[in-house]
Design a protein around this ligand. Sequence first.
Ligand SMILES: [Zn+2]
Length: 165
Amino acid sequence: MVSATMLTAEAVRDALAGVMDPEIPVISVVDMGIIRDVAVSPDGVTVTMMPTFSGCPALHVMRRDIEAAVLRLGAEKVTVRVVLNPAWSTEWISEEGREKLRQFGLAPPPRHAGDPASVAFFDLAECPRCGSTNTTMRNAFGPTLCRMIWYCNECQEAFEQFKPL
Ligand SMILES: [Zn+2]
């Protein structure tokens, strides 16, 4: 056990890199870009996070997992603050995170430089298996609200795309 006063924000961030997104267990909350701030003070650790999709039920689980990870470091008190402003966007997902999504078989969301409205939503998805863009949207609502179902005309198989937000 490390005493709470010896904890650094960096150590907390490292620990959070091991907390996986409950919806997509290959990508950490850090790679998802939902950790906005880590503050360590003698009073405890405060982690500020932005929820991803409000329609996803994962927030509660993430919050609990983040708390548990920081407590395991030896922090005596952890506060997880949830901020809604600025809203999380898929632009916050790190390059490494996008690559992990692809390996998981989920097409990463299109880049939109902060303006999701600029993405012609149903325009293009790259097949995570073969990289082809010869794809067709099947259904805007996948198994969770965060995903869309596409069909790759090359592989002749369906895949999911992470919705841009
Ligand atoms: Zn394909």
